[in-house]
Unconditional design. Sequence first.
Lengths: 262, 328
Amino acid sequence: MNETRSAPMTARMTGPLLVLDHLAKNYGALKVTDDVSLTVGATELHAIIGPNGAGKTTLIHQISGLAQPDSGRILFAGEDITPLTMAERAAEGLARSFQITSILPDFSVLENVALAVQGRSGSSFRFVRNASREEALNAPARVILNQFDLLPRADVPAGLLSYGEKRQLELAIALATRPRLLLLDEPLAGTSHEESARIIATLKGLKGTLGILLIEHDMDAVFQLADRISVLVYGRIIATGSADEVRNNPEVRSAYLGEEAA
Amino acid sequence: MTDAARPVEQSVPAAAPASLRRIMVPIVVFAGLAIAPWIAQFGTESFILSLLTRVMVLGLAALSLDLLIGYAGLVSFGQAAFIGIGAYAVGILASHGINGIALQTAAALAASAIFAAITGAISLRTRGVYFIMITLAFGQMLFFLATSLAAYGGDDGMTLPSRSLFLGYDLLDSDRALYYVAFVTLGLVYLACRMLVASRFGRVLRGARQNPVRMQAIGFSPYRYQLVLYIIAGMIAALAGVLLANTSEFVSPATMSWQRSGDLIFMVVLGGMGSLHGAILGAIVFLLAEEVLAGFTEHWHIIFGPLLILCVLYIRGGITPLIERTRP
């Protein structure tokens, strides 16, 4: 029923899914996150762009719980999750991918995804039954692998996948935790043209079904996918708006797009 | 599930013999141990039986350590402390006239679980070299506590008045009976561990060994799982301690010396980490080699040391993957 409404409308009705409330973090004298406030709606795709070293990954680390902000709050579905650990946030439905591929190389592709399903399917303090034969975990994992065209590779050790396949698996693992919000840290980094086209298609398919916060350097992809774009420069958000608004913002042009062109 | 065997499976199309060889190793090891007493009667029976009982008991302890090292990546340098807890549970209770093995074992398991829960809760907050050092420190702490127990022999240890009683009967007085008690215990614990490492619980630990951050990102906090595993491993080692006290009929601080912890690590590495039966095989090879070399010369350490170094250098991954990889 969300499909009939526009994303901001849903956000207004139920409140935004993610709220960053005056988040700040310093590494010594460097303000890596400088008073950042933004929102992501329940079905919105919000992209963050910015030059290298702008603090994009550090921001994702703070939202996912891998790093702690010095001040400010992170609200998820109305609840303050700032004190929660990374594992607790994941259990609440906050999933992330990593810029540097983070998979379990010794496990098969299927087992990588089945383990993510296991994380949201009851207790893991079960000691007797063979987990790799649990259809309750393998069946949903196969559905997700199929969605990412990885089903033929299900039994291959994940460490032996090609780079592009690993990027796909990274997304499949995140999605297998049945998240309400997906934090994607440069999912297209290092992929070939065909691989990135495939990942963009996958993201288009996901769009509208959950909240997505996307960090990406590929401008074409960002302008195609994003409902809203925020521009992060030296830890500060200097603009937020639609693709056109951001493209035509003079401050953004000088700070970021101009730099890229030069 | 051994790391080394995996890529080989990929490149060799005939995967069936590889998996067959994998179950062949534990089958051969246990079959050999099952018939050993029958063969022993043609030699110096009591010597062979007591040696092999000791091998199986320390194999049980090595098995517990392989759970930590091979499946969770936790290199504990204090596993002998738990053997000591098991042995002293038997010794202390026996010196107060409590000889029943059920009660002694229950006390050993309870004490080791408590010690593991406390020391594990602290140790598991550290990683790598710090984890090795802190487990060593806790082990030494217990060692010096044992040396200070004047009532229970202090430095010198104490001789047991008798072996443990089973429901009031002295069944364990027979070397052969004790041998088979150790054999059955090792077999059952081995099977239980096999299930454990393949279970949901085991899979979380194996995942956390490969990539702890990824595990947190999908909702698992490895610490809780590692702590439960640390307690389980400690209890298995304490069980080995109960059997060891009965085998030697003597309990002393040497049961839990740091050298013993080092020997256990060596058995695991020698046999092949992360296969469970590798740890048992490692214990067999280690203790028999020690015995044979000691028969040649009293300076057997000079030969044994370099031999161990050569093993580590030239059979990467240990004996078990070496056997499993060899084409028939």
